[in-house]
Design a protein. Structure first.
Lengths: 489, 477
C-alpha cells in the first residue's frame, strides 16, 4: 500500500472497514521512517516495540468492537510533550536522558482516542529557533531540498509530515513554530487560540505564548486531530472552559461572502516577490469561491518582533530555571560547590540560542530595566491585540504570507540572530494576541520551494479557519504535492 | 543618649489546608522525605500550578478577622532565585497585588492597649528543606514541604520594644489559630517570624538603618533576638559606628544574632506576574459567604462574657485566650442549667490547672463540658459540697464515669439531715468534754475543732452551714 497519499479520514475508513490492521499500518509507517529518517533526521526517538505494542492493544480493542475517534491512526509527537516511558528531550542536552514519568494532557487524549505514537520528533532546543538548527540532536532537513532548513521550532514534525513519515503530528507554536515550518515544508499547520489546548505536560518556553497545535497535509486532517486535542483541562489554569466542538462539522460550508482582510503591513518590504505572487494567487482563488477582499491595516505589526523578544525570553529565563542538575536531566561531572554545580551544569546543558534568550530575559526582568522593557512590552502587546480586534470588525479572516521567504539554506542566518528572528515577522503578532493561525500550502516559489498562506481568525474561530482552508483545498491540490524523490515507495 | 526602638514583623503562618497551594499533595508534617512531593512539587518539565481555593479562603478569613481590605483582584508573581530546595528556581508568591491589604492587630501589655497596623498579607508557597546533617559529605533535599501554603503577614514598623513585639506576635498567633487557618505549631515551623529592628534617637522622626532577623520560631527567641539586636545596634552607634542593612540569624545557643548577608549581596528576585496562573478574582459574594462561616472573634466573645455573664476581666481573658477553651465554656453555658459565673470559675480554675499540669490541649480534655456542667449543678442544688466536688472532678478526670452515678456509688452526697448531724455532734461532745468546757468558758475558736472532727467523721459530706448551726446550738447547751 502506498501510504504517502493517506489522509486521516482515509486511514479511519481503512481501519473501520478492516482493510488494514493497526499493527500493519503502524508497521508501514515505521518502515518508511526507517528508510527516510536517516536523511531527514525528523525523529529523535523511534521505538518500534512500544509503537507496535500500542498498535496491538488497539487492534484488540477493535476486535472487541470498540470504536473511537482516531482508533489506529498513527501520530508523531513533538519531543516537547511528555509521554510516559518515552525519552522527552525538548531538543536539548539538558534533557537528553530524561524519560518522562507522566503523560502530557494531549498525549493522554490522543492515546485515549486510539491514536498510535510513531515516535518523538526533532525540534529546536526548548523550541527556541526558526530553522531547527539549534537542536542538540542535529539538523532536520527539508524534504523539498535537503540543503534547506525545514523551519522551526517544530521542524521535525513538519519534515515528518511533508515526507509522509506520519499522517498527523503534534507541534507547538510560541512565535510561529507551527506555521513557519508548515509553510517551509509545504504542509498545513494550525496554532489554536491560546488556552484552547492544555499546556499540561508541554515543556514550557514562554508560558503566555506557548500553544500546542497540529500539522498534517490538509486542513481536514487537522480538524480530526483538533477534535481530540482541544478542550478544557483543569490541570492548566489558563485552559479555557468551552464545550467540546466538532471541527469537521463546518468544513463543507460554502465560503460565499467570507470577508478576507488583507493587511498592508503583511505585503511590505522584506517580502520576497515569489512568496507575494503565490499568496496573491491564493487570494484570487478564494475570491473565485466567493470570498470578498477587505484591505486593512495592522499598524503595530512592526513592533511585534521586538515585543516578542522581550516577553518570550523573560518568561523563558524563569521557566528554564528548573533545569539545575539537582533533580533530573544533565548534571555536570565535577563540581566543587553548589554554585559550580549550577554554572557548569547549565553551561554544558544549554546551547547558544537558549543561553542567549536566558540572558536577554534575565536582563529585561532585572531591577531598573523591568519597567522600560517588560512592562513596556506588555503595553505594546495590548496595542497589537487591539489592532486585530479592530480589524475583525471589518473582516472574518485575515490573510497574508506565513513567512517572508521560502526555505533558506543551513547556516544562512545562524550568525545573524536578528535576521533569523525576522523570519517569524508574520506569525509572532498572532501569538501576542492569542489568536488562532493556520498556514496552508499555496504553491511554490523560487527553487520549487513551498509557499504558505496564513489565515488568522478571531479567538476560537478555528472551525472557520479550517472551513476556509478546506474549501480552498477542495479546489486546489497544493497540499497533495509530494517532495521529489520521496514520493511513493 | 536615649534611644527609641522600632520593630516591624513579617510572620509566615502555614495555612492548615490538607493539600498544597498549587498541587494535590498532602501537607501533613513528618512524613518520610520526598513521599509527599508530587510531579508539580518537584517541578518536572511541563507541569503547571493550580491554585488551592481553600488557601485563598483562609486568606479571606484572615483579612476579615483583622479588619483588612480583601483585594478583589490579586496577582501571583514569580520570585526568581536558585537554591536546591526551590525546585522551580522560583517561588510563587504575591508581589504588587497581595490578597489582603491593611488591617490592625490589637493587644494589651500590662493592661495598656496597643495597636499595630498591618501592611499586607499575601499567599505564597513554602520551599523544601535542605538536610545538611543526615547524609555525611552531601546535602539531602526533602521536598515534602515544597508548595505548602503560607500566608505572609507584614506589619508596619509600629512596635517600640521586644515586649510589644512578642505581645503582637502572640495576638497574631491567637487570631490565626482562633479562626482555624493555622495550627500555630511553632516547633514544626507553622508560625515563624522575621523581625526588622532598628533604633533611633528618641524624638527623631526618621528611621534608623534596620536589620532583619530571620526565622524566629518561638516567642522566647523572638524576644531574646530583638533584645540582643537592640543592644548590639545601640552599642555600635554609641561607639561611633554605623549600622549596615543586612539579614541576620539568631543563634539561640549563644543568644546572639549573626550576619547572614548584607544588602550589597541582596538578590534581585526579578519578580514578574506568573503567566501560568490567572489573577485571583474574589467576588464580594465569596467574601460574604466566608464571613458567614467565621467564628466570633476573641475580643467580641470576651466583651460578651463580661457583659452577659458578669465574668471578671481576668477570667474572660483567660477563657478567650484559646478558641477551644472558649468553645468549651460556651458549650457549658449553652444549656443554662448552671450559673455561667460558676462555670467560668471551674474552667479558669480547676480545669485549666489540670490541663496545664498534664500539658493537654482542651480538645484532649477527659471531661466533657456537659459533665462539668452537671457537676456544678450538683453543687448548686446542694447535693454535693464544693469540697467533695473537687474530689469528684478528680475521679471524673482520671477514671471517667457519670456524675450522679458516682455521687451514689461513692457515697458523696452531702448530709443535710439534721438528725444525723446532731447524732454525730452529740457523740463528739461526749468524746471531748474538755473542749466542750473550753467553749463554754468563752473560747469560740474551739468551734473549728468540732467542725474539723465532724467533717472527718463524715468523710466531708456534712452540709457545712447546717453543721455550724447544730454545733452552736448544742455547745451552747
Amino acid at each position: 500500500m502506498d501510504i504517502s497519499s493517506l489522509s486521516v479520514k482515509k486511514i479511519k475508513q481503512l481501519i473501520d472497514s478492516k482493510n488494514i490492521s493497526t499493527v500493519e499500518l503502524a508497521g508501514l509507517y515505521l518502515d518508511r521512517i526507517e528508510q527516510l529518517n536517516p536523511q531527514l533526521n525528523a525523529f529523535v526517538t523511534v521505538d518500534k516495540d512500544k509503537t507496535l505494542s500500542q498498535a496491538k492493544q488497539v487492534d484488540q480493542l477493535i476486535a472487541q468492537g470498540h470504536s473511537n475517534a482516531l482508533l489506529g491512526v498513527p501520530i508523531a509527537h513533538k519531543d516537547i510533550f511528555c509521554a510516559k516511558g518515552w525519552l522527552t528531550t525538548c531538543g536539548s542536552k539538558m534533557l537528553a536522558n530524561f524519560v518522562a514519568p507522566y503523560d502530557a494532557h494531549i498525549i493522554e487524549e490522543f492515546n485515549k482516542s486510539g491514536a498510535i505514537i510513531l515516535g518523538k520528533t526533532n525540534m529546536d532546543e526548548f523550541a527556541m529557533g526558526s530553522s531547527n538548527e539549534t537542536s542538540y540532536f542535529g539538523l532536520v532537513k527539508n524534504p523539498w531540498d535537503l540543503t534547506k532548513v525545514p523551519g522551526g521550532s517544530s521542524g521535525g514534525s513538519a519534515a515528518a509530515v511533508a515526507a509522509r513519515l506520519a499522517p498527523l503530528a503534534t507541534a507547538t507554536d510560541t512565535g510561529g513554530s507551527i506555521r513557519q515550518p508548515a509553510a517551509l515544508c509545504g504542509i498545513s499547520g494550525l496554532k489554536p487560540t491560546y488556552g484552547y489546548v492544555s499546556r499540561y505536560g508541554m515543556i514550557a518556553y514562554a508560558s503566555s505564548l506557548d500553544q500546542g497545535g497540529l500539522m498534517a497535509p490538509s486542513a481536514e486532517d487537522i480538524a480530526y486531530g483538533l477534535n481530540i486535542m482541544a478542550g478544557h483541562d483543569e490541570r492548566d489554569s489558563t485552559s479555557v472552559k468551552r464545550e467540546k466542538e466538532d471541527f469537521t462539522a463546518q468544513l463543507h460550508h460554502p465560503i460565499q461572502g467570507l470577508r478576507i482582510g488583507i493587511p498592508e503591513e503583511f505585503f511590505s518590504e522584506g517580502l520576497d516577490s515569489d512568496v507575494a505572487q503565490a499568496v496573491e494567487q491564493a487570494i484570487q482563488e478564494l475570491e473565485k469561491l466567493g470570498a470578498v477582499r477587505v484591505p486593512l491595516s495592522l499598524p503595530n505589526t512592526s513592533l511585534s518582533v521586538p515585543v516578542y523578544y522581550v516577553l518570550a525570553p523573560a518568561e523563558a529565563s524563569s521557566n528554564l530555571s528548573r533545569f539545575d542538575g539537582v533533580r533530573y536531566g544533565h548534571r555536570t561531572q565535577d563540581y566543587r560547590d553548589l554554585i559550580e554545580l549550577y554554572e557548569k551544569t547549565r553551561a554544558e546543558g544549554f546551547g547558544a540560542e537558549v543561553k542567549r534568550r536566558i540572558l536577554t530575559g534575565t536582563y529585561v526582568l532585572s531591577r531598573g530595566y523591568y519597567d522600560a522593557y517588560y512592562l513596556q512590552a506588555q503595553r505594546v502587546r495590548r496595542l497589537i491585540l487591539q489592532d486585530y480586534l479592530r480589524a475583525f470588525e471589518q473582516c472574518d479572516v485575515i490573510l497574508g504570507p506565513s513567512t517572508p521567504t521560502v526555505a533558506f539554506g543551513f547556516n544562512e542566518k545562524t550568525s545573524d540572530p536578528v535576521s533569523m528572528y525576522l523570519s517569524d515577522i508574520f506569525t509572532i503578532s498572532v501569538n501576542l494576541a492569542g489568536l488562532p493561525g493556520l498556514s496552508i500550502p499555496v504553491g511554490f516559489g523560487k527553487e520549487h520551494l513551498p509557499v504558505g498562506l496564513q489565515l488568522i481568525g478571531p479567538h476560537f474561530s478555528e472551525a472557520k479557519l479550517l472551513n476556509a482552508a478546506h474549501q480552498y483545498q477542495l479546489h486546489t491540490d497544493w497540499h497533495q504535492h509530494l517532495p521529489a524523490g520521496i514520493a511513493g515507495n | 543618649m536615649q534611644w527609641e526602638v522600632v520593630i516591624g514583623l513579617e510572620t509566615h503562618a502555614q495555612l492548615a489546608t490538607h493539600s498544597k497551594i498549587f498541587s494535590g499533595a498532602s501537607t501533613a508534617f513528618g512524613a518520610e522525605p520526598n513521599t509527599q512531593a508530587s510531579a508539580i512539587d518537584i517541578a518536572l518539565p511541563g507541569v503547571l500550578p493550580v491554585l488551592n481555593k481553600q488557601a485563598v479562603e483562609y486568606a479571606i478569613r484572615f483579612g476579615l478577622a483583622v479588619g483588612a481590605e480583601i483585594n478583589p483582584r490579586s496577582i501571583f508573581a514569580r520570585k526568581n532565585y536558585f537554591y536546591p530546595d526551590l525546585p522551580k528556581g522560583y517561588q510563587i508568591s504575591q508581589y504588587e497585588e497581595p490578597v489582603v491589604k491593611g488591617g490592625m492587630i490589637h493587644f494589651l501589655v500590662e493592661g495598656k492597649a496597643y495597636q499595630v497596623r498591618l501592611t499586607r498579607a499575601h499567599l505564597e508557597e513554602d520551599a523544601g528543606k535542605s538536610l545538611h546533617e543526615d547524609i555525611p559529605g552531601a546535602t539531602g533535599i526533602d521536598l515534602n514541604r515544597a508548595g505548602t501554603p503560607l500566608l505572609e503577614i507584614v506589619s508596619e514598623p509600629d512596635m517600640r520594644s521586644a515586649t510589644e513585639a512578642v505581645a503582637y506576635a502572640k495576638a497574631l498567633h491567637q487570631i490565626v489559630t482562633w479562626i482555624g487557618i493555622c495550627d500555630g505549631n511553632m516547633q514544626e515551623g507553622s508560625f515563624r517570624c522575621d523581625a526588622n529592628v532598628s533604633v533611633r534617637p528618641l524624638g527623631s522622626d526618621t528611621f534608623g538603618t534596620r536589620c532583619e532577623i530571620k526565622n524566629l520560631n518561638s516567642f522566647r527567641f523572638l524576644e531574646s533576638a530583638i533584645q540582643f539586636e537592640v543592644e548590639r545596634q545601640i552599642e555600635v552607634l554609641e561607639s561611633g559606628g554605623v549600622i549596615i542593612q543586612e539579614t541576620r540569624l539568631y543563634d539561640p545557643d549563644r543568644d546572639e544574632t549573626r550576619s547572614m548577608r548584607s544588602k550589597e549581596d541582596a538578590m534581585d528576585y526579578r519578580y514578574f506576574p506568573d503567566p501560568d496562573l490567572l489573577p485571583v478574582v474574589i467576588e464580594e459574594s465569596w467574601v460574604n459567604s466566608v464571613k458567614d462561616t467565621m467564628p466570633p472573634l476573641p475580643q467580641v466573645l470576651k466583651e460578651r462574657f463580661i457583659s452577659d455573664y458578669g465574668l471578671t476581666d481576668y477570667d474572660a481573658n483567660l477563657i478567650t485566650s484559646d478558641r477551644g477553651l472558649a468553645d468549651y465554656f460556651m458549650a457549658m453555658t449553652s444549656n443554662a442549667s448552671a450559673s455561667p459565673k460558676q462555670c467560668a470559675n471551674w474552667v479558669a480554675g480547676e480545669l485549666l490547672a489540670s490541663l496545664n499540669r498534664q500539658q493537654l490541649a482542651i480538645d484532649k480534655c477527659p471531661i466533657s463540658p456537659n459533665k462539668l456542667t452537671q457537676l456544678i449543678v450538683r453543687i448548686e442544688d446542694g447535693t454535693i459540697s464544693g469540697k467533695i466536688a473537687k474530689t469528684l472532678f478528680d475521679i471524673l478526670w482520671t477514671e471517667g464515669g457519670e456524675v450522679d452515678q458516682l455521687i451514689d456509688s461513692r457515697g458523696l452526697k452531702q448530709v443535710s439531715d439534721s438528725g444525723a448531724i446532731e447524732k454525730i455532734v452529740e457523740e463528739l461532745m461526749s468524746q471531748h468534754p474538755d473542749q466542750v468546757a473550753e467553749y463554754r468558758a468563752g473560747k469560740d475558736k474551739v468551734l473549728g475543732f468540732f467542725v474539723g472532727k465532724a467533717m472527718k467523721a463524715s468523710g466531708g459530706k456534712l452540709n457545712p452551714a447546717q453543721l455550724n448551726d447544730v454545733l452552736k446550738k448544742k455547745l451552747a447547751g
